[in-house]
Design a protein around this ligand. Structure first.
Ligand code: ZN
Length: 461
């Protein structure tokens, strides 16, 4: 793979020991960062001029239902309950293995294009071994760093139910396809958790995951479904741990945040989706109060994009809105502001890496770590002049400003375009696949798809 030298960048390492390096260089040797500093010389290296770029670690998305990319922008006005009907009742069962492949490839390339170099694929439509195999193959073909979170089948998700997970297939994938924890695509589990199946099934899901050496991600505290105190039940059964990432958490009780913090667990906030679909109030400050520094995720693209610049801004805006509103009610000024732009960048990078168990490999720009790097160009009207590089990235940049992306030391995007992707041909395949899927579902693609809310599993219905 040889050596590459990124020259003269504004480097935001997110590594507290290194800090920001203005006008610095990054030497990459093979897959890893060899050196960060000023005026590095390496005669044999391929030079990447980053004079007008800000270098940041690639984003880490800790929760995306990647297979749903074929449903992009189908539901701009769906609540969570309408979304569940569309995905679980209408689309889930009719997805073919080919649909899974195309959805996952599109979603993974979309994430990569947006600067997400590591994606936790929260894959919860594994209706057959072929579905799982197709989803995994797409992650591998995309070229990003992927974690395949094995997350049950569509029938197992329709609640309430007590169907046990398909452990034979989980074991098969671990044994035959994703046995290595050092590969670019690795494995985790994404079980239903006690909101969507029995606590007995959840205990067994956690037991098997740990037996196979796999991390665990579950949804908790999302909307009305999250009011059942899932963490209390899990604590009683002794299954909490630092190997668990809790997704959403908006409607958890304070005592449940404390249980997550005390057990060393990780969290994932999907800022824009949660506010748009009605999951509950932004939970970042309650997490911080419990000693948890959250990660960020995009969740789904039925309603909002997977763009992490967008996600960071929604996280900050939603959180500050609550604080300002309380202050106005109390006739007080807010000082200092909670949740800085630097916090948001930390959550979007190293905290995501930690939630995926990869913080020893990625998440900061640090010599010895793998070279997952995004170069954000400042050669745009929306970026000049730069008076605060972190703010420029977090509060002002958009996906169109991304010039170059490296994953594991390899260039995946250059001059603003993904490399090795024939976009017109790929678009045709995506649209053909979408046409078949929507025709089988009997739903339109002209914006008139109306969905009734899903009410199963809600005690008040
Ligand atoms: Zn989700």
């Amino acid at each position: 793979m040889g050596r590459k030298l990124i020259k003269n960048a504004t480097i935001i390492t997110v590594d507290p020991d290194i800090g920001d390096v203005l006008g610095g260089d990054i030497l990459i040797d093979g897959a890893k960062i060899a050196e960060i500093g000023k005026s590095i010389s390496a005669d044999d290296a391929e030079i990447i001029d980053a004079s007008n770029c800000i270098a940041i670690p690639g984003f880490v998305d800790t929760h995306r239902h990647t297979w749903e990319a074929l449903l992009r922008n189908a539901g701009p006005d769906w609540s969570l309950a309408q979304y569940l009907t569309a995905v679980r009742v209408i689309m889930g069962d009719i997805y073919t293995p080919h649909d899974m492949y195309m959805g996952n490839l599109l979603g993974a390339l979309d994430s990569l294009d947006c600067g997400t170099t590591t994606l936790f694929d929260w894959s919860h439509n594994n209706n057959s071994p072929e579905h799982a195999d197709s989803a995994i193959q797409a992650l591998k073909d995309s070229g990003l760093r992927g974690i395949f979170g094995y997350g049950n089948s569509n029938p197992e998700w329709n609640v309430p139910n007590d169907i046990p997970s398909n452990f034979d297939d989980i074991r098969r994938v671990r044994r035959d396809i994703l046995s290595s924890d050092d590969a670019l695509v690795t494995m985790a589990t994404a079980p239903r958790g006690p909101q969507f199946t029995t606590i007995e099934n959840t205990v067994e899901d956690f037991r098997v995951a740990r037996e196979l050496g796999l991390r665990i991600s579950i949804h908790v505290g999302d909307g009305l479904w999250g009011l059942t105190k899932p963490l209390i039940d899990m604590e009683k059964h002794g299954i909490l741990g630092e190997d668990v990432t809790y997704v959403h958490c908006n409607t958890l009780a304070d005592e449940e945040f404390k249980l997550i913090g005390d057990s060393g667990g990780h969290t994932s906030i999907s800022p824009e989706i949660e506010m748009q679909m009605g999951h509950g109030m932004p939970p970042a400050l309650r997490m911080l109060d419990a000693g948890i520094r959250p990660s960020i995720s995009s969740d789904v693209v039925t309603t909002t994009p997977c763009d992490f610049f967008n996600a960071m801004r929604h996280l900050i805006s939603g959180t500050r809105l609550m604080v300002y509103q309380d202050a106005i009610a109390a006739n007080k000024l807010v000082d200092p502001l909670p949740l800085s732009s630097r916090d948001a960048l930390e959550f979007a990078t190293i905290r995501g890496a930690a939630a995926c168990g990869l913080d020893h490999k990625i998440g900061t720009l640090t010599p010895g770590k793998h070279a997952d790097i995004v170069l954000v160009s400042t050669d745009y009207m929306n970026m000049i002049p730069i008076n605060n590089p972190v703010a420029a990235v977090v509060e002002f940049a958009n996906v169109g400003n991304i010039d170059t992306i490296l994953v594991d030391g390899e260039i995946k995007k250059r001059d603003g375009k993904l490399v090795d992707v024939d976009f017109p041909a790929f678009r045709k395949k995506v649209e053909d696949t979408r046409d078949g899927l929507f025709a089988r579902a009997g739903v339109p693609t002209d914006g008139s798809w109306i969905v009734k809310p899903y009410t199963e599993g809600l005690s008040e219905f």
